[in-house]
Ligand binder design. Structure first.
Ligand SMILES: NC(=O)c1ccc[n+]([C@@H]2O[C@H](COP(=O)([O-])OP(=O)(O)OC[C@H]3O[C@@H](n4cnc5c(N)ncnc54)[C@H](OP(=O)(O)O)[C@@H]3O)[C@@H](O)[C@H]2O)c1
Length: 238
């Protein structure tokens, strides 16, 4: 049976408090966004999915109960900013946002061309910021956004200056926004994901990845660092 036709059983809410929440997942065509969308749907959230690859997006929508879906490109920052308003129209409101858009890039700084540098900053920093900027006025007290940055923020390795700088810029921005939103009761979560098993590094926009150690288990890690904190059960708020 294909993924599209397999009906996944709904999970009990098990205390993470996401049942019935209306959630926009941006980057739902990726590994992390796809796992988050599937978990949130299985836990009873109403999800709206945004991604770049139209075919994969449609497939993931089918796997999440034929939920609303929208194609976007990170280079269209106005389009990124408009995703939350689309989700409100599609879901009848918005309680949570997941942003899992990004692309890797490798090579020492002098070997990264300006086009690649712009690409890394746009997809990893400006686009996620635009999505969150559009969502903030639409979220009410109790709402939350979870944005995937990365462990590189805390330990930027050589050969990844542009990628790490983009993630660090996003992390600083999220920290300030989190403090700005605290009085409104909107949580801003900076998810510093570790290296996961999967093909993220191999999809780099420039350069080749170094030999990497085995990554963490994607399903368990996305559940622990993204889904559970987003639902409000636990997690690190900045
Ligand atoms: N995987 C890891 O080991 C790891 C570790 C730390 C942090 N992270 C971060 O986690 C996030 C998700 O990573 P992942 O592992 O899920 O990677 P992934 O499977 O490659 O997914 C990346 C996502 O970003 C989207 N994307 C890339 N360029 C885009 C563009 N120009 N316009 C619109 N969407 C674009 C992709 O869309 P399409 O697939 O539709 O093209 C996909 O939805 C990234 O921010 C990454 O930096 C990942």
């Amino acid at each position: 049976m294909s993924d599209a036709r397999r009906k996944e059983p709904r999970l009990p809410d098990d205390g993470v408090g996401i049942t019935g929440a209306r959630v926009l997942v941006v980057g739902a065509t990726g590994e992390i966004g796809g796992l988050a969308a599937r978990s949130l749907h299985r836990r009873g959230a109403a999800v709206a999915l945004a991604g770049r690859d139209a075919r994969r997006l449609a497939e993931r929508s089918r796997r999440s109960g034929a939920c609303p879906h929208r194609v976007f490109d990170a280079y269209d920052l106005d389009g990124c900013e408009g995703l939350a308003a689309w989700a409100v129209r599609s879901l009848g409101g918005l309680d949570r946002v997941v942003v899992a858009v990004g692309v890797a890039g490798f090579g020492s700084a002098e070997h990264v061309g300006e086009a690649a540098a712009e690409h890394l900053m746009t997809v990893n920093a400006l686009a996620p910021m635009a999505v969150v900027r559009g969502a903030l006025p639409l979220l009410e007290a109790g709402g939350a956004v979870a944005v995937v940055t990365g462990a590189v923020v805390d330990a930027p390795p050589r050969g990844m200056a542009d990628y790490a700088a983009a993630k660090a810029a996003l992390a600083v921005w999220l920290g300030v926004v989190g403090r700005e939103q605290r009085a409104r009761g909107v949580r801003v979560l900076d998810v510093r994901m570790p290296h996961l098993e999967g093909g993220f590094a191999a999809r780099a926009v420039t350069g080749s990845p170094p030999a990497l150690p085995p990554g963490a288990d994607p399903v368990a890690t996305v559940e622990r660092l993204l889904v559970a904190p987003l639902a409000g059960a636990a997690g690190r708020e900045r």
